[in-house]
Design a protein around this ligand. Structure first.
Ligand SMILES: CCCCC/C=C\C/C=C\CCC/C=C/C(=O)SCCNC(=O)CCNC(=O)[C@H](O)C(C)(C)COP(=O)(O)OP(=O)(O)OC[C@H]1O[C@@H](n2cnc3c(N)ncnc32)[C@H](O)[C@@H]1OP(=O)(O)O
Length: 241
């Protein structure tokens, strides 16, 4: 699955709906595995589209968040094998997508990956945190989350946030295929049940608290102070150009 929403693959409602549909198709056509990557040469995904949260239409922003939750359920909780070929920056929601897969290969270069929410004055939802503690040790996750740590490729490899480094996108995809090939001799049902058991606690937590998670998000985006800081953040991103 190749993300292709220039310039930075930010996740807006339309892209999330497309992803949700594609994940359904992959599950339905009984694919063995999926590799998630990006069509951009330097950004895997810039995370959530900030414009969806800035001065939002309430109905749309509610659909935006519930679709994000759905994409996470379908990706994190998939029966099929998932790997991410991370060929560029992966901040925040981009990192969430990569961590929701079972294996991550990142191309070398001046790219970074991590959950930077606290630097923006926001708190990553519980399920973002759960996805991170499912990937790296709890102590490392707490440190990374509280300090909004963006890892370079070497650091990400060292902490286990990624599993391998690749020279370029083709190499990243080849390495993801190598991971998928490890399951040729493992019975598929035993593999998928084991994966889902490992992930069950995080999945159940969001299933049980899904409405509450949505309400928290809706309150957050309607807070005038948050809107003000969003405005400033958007300006700072644009000033960069
Ligand atoms: C952010 C606060 C959200 C508050 C929301 C309210 C409630 C929160 C409640 C729950 C928590 C939500 C959890 C949030 C998760 C997220 O994913 S928030 C998004 C965080 N993402 C980022 O901070 C990444 C920002 N982008 C970058 O750092 C860089 O763009 C880059 C990915 C490293 C790529 O750099 P570069 O190739 O140099 O590209 P530019 O910076 O020049 O960007 C090109 C244009 O794209 C626009 N853009 C970049 N990121 C986003 C984005 N996430 N959403 C929308 N638009 C984005 C950027 O402004 C440029 O636009 P122009 O061409 O200048 O018009």
């Amino acid at each position: 699955m190749t993300l292709q929403r220039p310039p930075v693959n930010s996740l807006n409602l339309d892209l999330l709906k497309e992803m949700s549909k594609s994940l359904d198709e992959i599950a339905k056509n009984k694919s063995k595995a999926m590799i998630l990557t990006s069509a951009s040469p330097k950004v895997f995904s810039a995370g959530l589209d900030i414009m969806e949260m800035y001065k939002p239409d309430l109905k749309r922003v509610e659909e935006f968040w519930t679709t994000l939750q759905e994409v996470w359920f379908k990706l994190f909780g998939s029966n099929f094998i998932t790997a991410a070929a991370i060929n560029g920056h992966a901040p925040a929601g981009g990192c969430l997508l990569a961590m929701s897969c079972e294996y991550r290969v990142m191309t070398g270069g001046n790219f970074s990956i991590g959950l930077n929410e606290t630097a923006l004055g926001i708190v990553a939802p519980n399920w973002f945190m759960d996805t991170m503690t499912n990937t790296i040790p709890v102590r490392e996750a707490e440190y990374a989350l509280t300090t909004a740590r963006m890892f370079n490729v070497e650091e990400a490899l060292k902490v286990g946030l990624i599993d391998e480094v690749a020279t370029d996108k083709d190499d990243a995809i080849a390495k993801c295929k190598g991971f998928i090939g490890k399951f040729d001799r493992i019975p598929a049902l035993a593999r998928s049940i084991t994966k889902l058991k490992m992930r069950q606690a995080a999945i159940k937590r969001l299933q049980d608290g899904r409405r509450e998670d949505l309400n928290e998000f809706l309150q957050f985006v309607q807070n005038p102070k948050i809107q003000k800081s969003l405005e400033m953040y958007i300006q700072s991103l644009k000033k960069k150009a």
